[in-house]
Structures are given as C-alpha cells and as structure tokens.
Design a protein around this ligand. Structure first.
Ligand code: FAD
Length: 475
C-alpha cells in the first residue's frame, strides 16, 4: 500500500468520514485514520455520533417514547394494553445492533468511494506528514498534500464529581445502564442532559437535574424554553436551576451529591449520577512539534471561515474547531473542505445550522432567538401558531407546543424559527431551506402545505406574522 495520499483525514466521526468520502468522490487518493474503540474492544468508524452520541441516544429515546405513549396515550386511542412492560436488555440490544449496522456501513461507503480506512492513531507531523500507529504498535509515516484534522471532542469532567464508573458516569456511560436506576442525578440541564434524563425518566427513574445556570436552556428562545420547562416538569423531571455542584461521593451503592443554590447548601442522594456539563475539543497526542497548527485559549484548533488552520495544507473540522458541537455542522465542514481541496466552490452558512433537542415534546430551532433580535436592536414581527389547532397533531394525540417565526419588520426576511412539538426536528428542515434562500415570511405564507400535516403549523405561524392566520384567532 502506498504511503502517499492527496488527502489524509485524522478522525472518522461525522466530520471526518464525510470529508474522506467527498475527497474520494472528487477523485483524490485519500486515507481516513480513526482510533475509536467500542466497549467490546472492537474498532469502529463513526466517532462519538454513531457509537456513543446521536444514534444510540435516539435509539433509546425512540424505545422509551413508545413505552411512554403506550402507557399514557393508548387508552385515549381506545387501545387496551394494560400489561405493557419494559425489557432494558432488549432495548440495549436493539440499540447496539443499530450502532453496529451504521458503523459497519461506513466501511462499505469507504469502499465505494475508494477511501483507505486505517484503524489506529494518527499524529500530525510537520511538512505534510502524518504518523500512523496501528493497534499492534507498528508505525508508518504517511505523506499528504492536504491533511484534515477531525479529532472531535470528549466529555468535560467535573472536578467536584470525578467519573467513577458505574456510579458517576459521562453521557456514554448513561447510554449503557443495564437496568433502570431508581434515582438518577444529572448534572447539567443542557441538550444532552435533557435527552438522557428523559430516557431514564420515561422508564421509571426519579430524575433530579442540577443546572448551575439560573435560566433554563439559556441558548434557546426563552418563549420556547419556558414552554419546554412546563412540559418537563409535567413529565416529572425535577429540574433545579441555579444549583452548583460542590461534591459527589460514592457510598456503598449510592452517590451523595452536594450543591449550593439560593437557599444555601443542599444534598441529594441518587443511585447513579450522570455528568453532562458539556464537551471539550479533543486533541490529545494529535499534534507533533513544529506543525504550525495553533490552539485557542479553550483548546479548539484555530481555523478561518473555510476551516484552514495556520499551517499550509492542514485543515480542521467538526467539534475540534469553533462553532456548535453538532454532527451536521461537522459534516458540512468536512464536505466543504474536501471540495475546496479539489478546487471546487464550497462554503458553510453558519447562520442556518439547525439545533434539535430530541425530547418529548421535541424542540428545534434555526437562526436568531427573539432575545438576540432584540439585542441587535432590529425591528421585528412574530407569528406563533399552536399545535393545539393542528388537526394532524390532534389525530396523533400530540397537540402540544407551537411554532414561532420571527421576521424583520423592514423587509419581512425570516430571522429565526423556533418549534416545540411533535416532529419539530423534521419540521425545522423547511425553515432551514427557507432561510438558506433568504425567504420572507410571505414566501412561506404563499407556499402550499399539504393538509392535514404538521407542516401546516409552520405555514400558519408564517401567516400569523402578518396577523393573517386562518386557523387561529390573530391577536
Ligand atoms: C449523548 C450525545 C448525543 C448527541 N446527540 C447529537 C444529536 O442528536 N445531533 C447532533 O448533531 N449532535 C449530537 N451530539 C454531538 C455529536 O456527537 C458531535 O457533534 C459529533 O460527533 C462531532 O463529530 P466529529 O467528527 O467532529 O467528532 P467525533 O464524533 O468525536 O469523532 C472524532 C473521531 O476522531 C477519532 N480521533 C480523535 N483523535 C484521533 C487521533 N489522533 N487518531 C485517530 N483517531 C482520532 C475519535 O476516536 C473519534 O472517532 C451528541 C453527542 C452526545 C455525547
């Protein structure tokens, strides 16, 4: 095998593997190095997303959602299923099967695109060189005109609550519980914490979530965040805001957690504790000396708007660079870089990266929040339409939440779209496309939406921007 490539990608997660595939499609010779090892000791492409993040968490969320709906909604449909029970072992087996199929699929995709997979460690050296260390310790030096760093991220550990498996775990550990913890503590009520808390709550855990910030989901539009908090409280999630964890210690089979809030020192005892306070860029043993690649003060690899690092021919994409830590953001960056290397036109529109929180109800948004629009001093209009007024949502027994569209007063351009309700993560795609083409709310108003569909909620929210909604009273 040649050790010289047009492109070498270090990292085979959702940022790295699409970069390698696109480079192959662009007729470049390309290798993709990845060192991810699963709990069974097997190497697997796909990174955090496929092995320990997006896919396994959604597999479990789907199972727990079905269980919850069977218990809470079947009766309303006239379906009698009094003895619905759960088998966590089967849920985990199904999840593992999905992960395996998806990660092995990457090898097939690599074959199709002519990508050379290399499982082991990659280290950037100076002068367009990469050191590859195979699992048996054998080292090879590869050369490439272009090198793409896609090393991803790792969970942040809390000094006051260090990981101690299986009691104090990160998000990956929380996806692997073999049984339902009676009492579950979650530190961090962000996107990942909420998804994990929801999974185990729906299976019967008593869930306490400790969030240091005083505001719930501060990154989201606050009207949406308030609605979400109301639903999560109804579900039984015990979300404590302004709660700063000061310590956690394992005692027998339980974990004692101490924290401070507005009332002073507090204590809570749980059976398992998940630390979900965020992720940090992962660049361990990635950069040799004299590469010229620079890190910022938080450890992210410094890149420009086209993901070029300070070193000629070295690019970086995904979670290890600035911007939201999302799989689809990394994928677009990877594909952009592979196209730029091939001399094609490419760009990423960072203004239209959607965010989705896969809870029930689901949340999704794109663009600016109302708070951000206000802070920018822009004159704006808002249209809100509730799922309560959607025939389809009612038929689905899922009539909760709303869609909200914010448009500029001056030219009606859509500035932000925020959805909480059924299939919000799917519905947001229309808003992303609209914003990608700088659509106005009138453009959405004049677009035909099939009836009865959930997408009509977005249509009506656009109409509500100009107080012309048909299926609700305009105020
Ligand atoms: C529980 C959870 C749920 C999530 N849910 C979602 C979701 O629903 N939607 C979403 O968009 N995002 C989600 N995310 C975030 C998403 O997983 C990340 O944004 C995404 O995986 C980042 O992709 P990446 O390729 O940059 O990095 P990673 O996926 O972290 O992949 C990096 C890869 O590089 C490898 N690597 C690192 N250094 C080296 C080296 N020196 N040599 C060889 N290999 C190396 C790593 O082993 C890894 O395989 C979730 C994350 C978690 C933890």
């Amino acid at each position: 095998m040649s050790d010289s490539f047009d492109v070498v990608v270090i990292g085979g997660g959702p940022a790295g593997y699409p970069a390698a595939i696109r480079a192959g499609q662009n007729k470049l010779s390309v290798a993709c190095i990845d060192e991810w090892k699963n709990l069974d000791g097997m190497y697997a492409f796909g990174g955090t997303c496929l092995n320990a993040g997006c896919i396994p968490s959604k597999a479990l969320l789907e199972s727990t959602e079905l269980y919850h709906r069977a218990k809470e909604e079947f009766a309303a449909h006239g379906i009698k299923a009094p003895d619905v029970t759960i088998d966590v072992g089967q849920m985990q087996k199904r999840k593992a099967g999905i992960v395996k199929t998806m990660t092995q699929g990457i090898l097939a995709l690599f074959k199709g695109a002519g990508v050379t997979p290399l499982q082991g460690h990659g280290k950037l050296l100076s002068g367009h060189r990469v050191e590859f260390t195979a699992p048996d310790g054998a080292r090879r030096e590869l050369t490439a005109k272009n090198i793409i760093l896609a090393a991803g991220s790792a969970p942040i550990e809390l000094r006051s609550a260090p990981f101690q498996s299986p009691y104090i775990v990160d998000s990956w550990g929380a996806l692997e519980f073999a049984s339902v913890p009676k009492r579950l503590g979650v530190i961090g009520a962000g996107v990942i914490g909420l998804e994990l808390g929801s999974v185990w709550k729906r299976l019967g855990s008593e869930v306490v979530m400790l969030e240091a910030l005083p505001d719930f989901l501060a990154v989201a539009d606050q009207q949406l965040a308030k609605e979400a908090l109301r639903h999560f409280k109804k579900l039984g999630l015990d979300i404590r805001l302004g709660a700063k964890v000061t310590g956690a210690s394992v005692a027998g089979d339980t974990v004692n957690v101490t924290y401070t809030d507005a009332k002073g020192e507090q204590k809570v005892t749980v059976d398992r504790l998940v630390v979900a306070i965020g992720r940090r860029p992962y660049t361990k043993d990635l950069l040799g000396s004299g590469t010229g690649v620079e890190l910022d003060e938080r450890g992210f690899i410094k890149v420009d708007h086209e993901c070029r690092t300070a070193a000629q021919g070295v690019w970086a994409v995904g979670d290890c660079v600035r911007g939201p830590m999302l799989a689809h953001k990394g994928k677009e960056e990877g594909v952009m870089v592979a196209d730029l290397i091939a001399g094609h036109y490419a760009e990423v529109n960072y203004k239209t990266v959607p965010s989705v929180v896969y809870t029930a109800p689901e949340m999704a948004w794109v663009g600016l929040t109302e708070e951000q629009v206000k802070a920018q001093g822009k004159a704006y209009k808002v249209g809100v339409f509730p799922f309560l007024a959607s025939g389809r949502a009612r038929a689905m027994e899922q009539a909760q939440g709303f869609a909200k569209i914010i448009a500029a007063k001056e030219d009606d351009e859509i500035l932000g779209v925020h959805i909480i309700g059924p299939m919000a993560g799917e519905l947001i795609a229309e808003a992303v496309l609209a914003m990608e083409y700088s659509a106005s709310s009138e453009d959405l108003q004049r677009t035909i939406h099939a009836h009865p569909t959930l997408s009509e909620v977005l249509h009506e929210a656009a109409l509500a921007v100009d107080k012309r909604a048909i299926d609700s009273i305009n105020r």
